[in-house]
Design a protein around this ligand. Structure first.
Ligand code: NAP
Length: 295
């Protein structure tokens, strides 16, 4: 597996001025039709040999046309949700996990994000301009250390790529996957995680559904609370001084707000066991054991 400084890491094969034309193969809705969230699993294909990426990287999709300043729209980045051999295992496909972005403009009128609606409305056979790959921070480490993966919403995408790669390479490292969504129906790829968890030992999937579950205080239960609930099971992988092979790599992906919540839980977990919270968290960062991609 590649690491961030590896010269073989594919980067910027297609810059914004020279995108690769890719074809939409499938577009499946992941959330129920009656969910307020329209999230899609969009599979695209390129000519064999024209594109490479590794798990944890992103690609860009730029909508056609010009912005209000007469310039081409910049590409919007999406994490690849497939392992490097491709969504279909053919080396020429990848999947993106795309939520239709809806917002109110200054006049209060509802508008849709250009890139997300381009992808969410894409039909098989459509051609799209793709840039990338980019990203060297969220790569799957080569060492067979345990993984703690923490996602909110569409932030699950790179972890799907990780788990697909571990599965395809028969990598037995233990994994805890924590997933946050508003409702159970909005837990993306839930059926895949159920199968994944029951297929082998050492795989754990825990969820937090903020609009259906509450803390004793009455506030919403978030993914960091699901993490806190597993403190005893996780601590042997977190305790300072544990053998290197036992030290978990922690990855966070999703909403910006989750970062602080997760760091507080990790710090509290350490403090309750006699380790200063700040030093514990900053050590996780400086040693590269904590990787964060939030927006
Ligand atoms: P979402 O559905 O709005 O939220 C997912 C869950 O996170 C909800 O349960 C939400 O709870 C909860 N949440 C809200 N604030 C939180 C906090 N402070 N701590 C912990 N949980 C919190 O998420 P989304 O719209 O899919 O957004 C996902 C984010 O991931 C976006 O920022 C996106 O840019 C980013 N991302 C996307 C990709 C991709 O490839 N598509 C890749 C990487 C990252 P409530 O709403 O009930 O408060």
């Amino acid at each position: 597996m590649l690491v961030s400084h590896d010269p073989d890491l594919p980067l910027h094969l297609y810059p914004p001025k020279q995108p690769l034309q890719v074809e939409v193969l499938r577009n499946e809705r992941l959330t129920p039709e009656d969910s307020a969230q329209d999230v899609r699993h969009v599979v695209i294909r390129w000519p064999k040999g024209a594109f490479f990426f590794v798990e944890g990287q992103s690609v860009g999709i730029a909508p056609p046309g010009l912005n209000s300043r007469g310039r081409p729209h910049p590409p919007r980045l999406y994490s690849v949700a497939s392992a490097r051999d491709g969504e279909d295992g053919d080396g020429q496909t990848l999947a993106l996990t795309v939520k239709r972005y809806v917002y109110a403009d200054e006049s209060g009128q509802l508008c849709q994000g250009l890139s997300s609606s381009l992808l969410c409305d894409a039909q098989p056979g459509d051609l799209l301009p793709m840039t990338g790959p980019v990203g060297r921070d969220l790569l799957l480490g080569a060492a067979p250390q345990p993984l703690i993966l923490i996602a909110t919403g569409t932030g699950i995408a790179p972890f799907r790529a990780f788990l697909q790669q571990l599965q395809r390479t028969a990598d037995p490292r233990p994994v805890w996957l924590f997933q946050g969504a508003q409702t159970h129906a909005d837990l993306l790829y839930a059926a895949e995680w159920q199968r994944w968890q029951s297929d082998a030992a050492g795989r754990h999937w825990r969820t937090a559904c903020s609009r259906e579950e509450a803390l004793p205080s009455g506030s919403r239960r978030y993914v960091q609370h699901a993490l806190a609930d597993q403190a005893e099971a996780l601590w042997p992988w977190l305790v300072p001084g544990a053998a290197e092979s036992q030290q978990a790599q922690i990855y966070l992906c999703g909403l910006r707000g989750m970062e602080q919540g997760v760091l507080e839980v990790l710090g509290q977990l350490a403090a309750e066991r006699g380790f200063p919270a700040d030093a514990f968290v900053s050590d996780l960062r400086t040693t590269g054991r904590l990787r964060v991609e939030v927006y």
